[in-house]
Design a protein around this ligand. Structure first.
Ligand code: HEC
Length: 171
């Protein structure tokens, strides 16, 4: 009887210890996973890699110490651009390529994204009007917006995506 009692005590202690360990391991595992999934956490090796990739110089010299420089991403050719455009319309990319020259600097009176005061009355016209003005051109109080910003090779979707992007930045 005494032996049974002792066995049961030991057994319960062992089970208790295992349960406690399970809980501890569970929390450690969740913490590790979080650190690895959060792209803003700079302790995350994937995020570190992403930052390194972003700030890497576009050209590198191959030496014996550095036999294989990272692939240089050159500006895509026109045909590649068109193919990419079919695959995905990124308003930000279109903006950078086609609209930034005027809208990024405010040159010729172009409203800059993020300048809420300049954009408020324009956004108030409604998206349809802004789309139409950027596709067909528009002469307003501050200057001349050429049709599609002068980039007739852009599709309507691309131009609209760029408008969406600018408006998104300026709300
Ligand atoms: C050559 C310079 C130039 C380029 C390039 C340019 N814009 Fe503009 N854009 C202007 C100017 C100037 C205005 C302001 C016109 C005004 O209100 O007087 C303007 C105004 C606009 C407006 C507001 C129209 C309104 O009704 O208030 C939108 C939307 C717009 N541009 C979109 C674009 C997009 C999208 C691109 C790129 C595809 C682009 N622009 C490229 C000069 C440019």
């Amino acid at each position: 009887m005494d032996q049974d009692r002792k066995f049961l005590d030991t057994f319960l202690i062992v089970i208790g210890a295992l349960v406690a360990m399970t809980i501890v391991i569970f929390f450690i595992a969740t913490g590790v996973e979080k650190a690895h999934l959060d792209p803003d956490n700079l302790e995350n090796p994937l995020a570190q890699q992403a930052v390194t990739d972003r700030i890497r110089p576009i050209g590198e010299v191959a030496t014996t110490d550095n036999p294989r420089p990272a692939p240089v991403t050159t500006a895509p050719s026109g045909a590649e651009q068109a193919r990419e455009a079919d695959a995905e319309v990124s308003g930000e990319a279109v903006f950078t390529q086609a609209c930034f020259a005027c809208h990024g600097t405010g040159a010729a009176g172009a409203p800059r994204p993020g300048d809420k005061a300049q954009w408020e009355p324009r956004i108030a016209k409604g998206m349809e009007v802004l789309y139409q003005h950027s596709l067909e051109g528009f002469t307003g109080n501050t200057g001349i917006m050429p049709p599609k910003g002068g980039r007739m090779d852009l599709s309507d979707e691309q131009v609209k995506a760029a408008v969406d992007y600018m408006v998104e930045q300026s709300r």
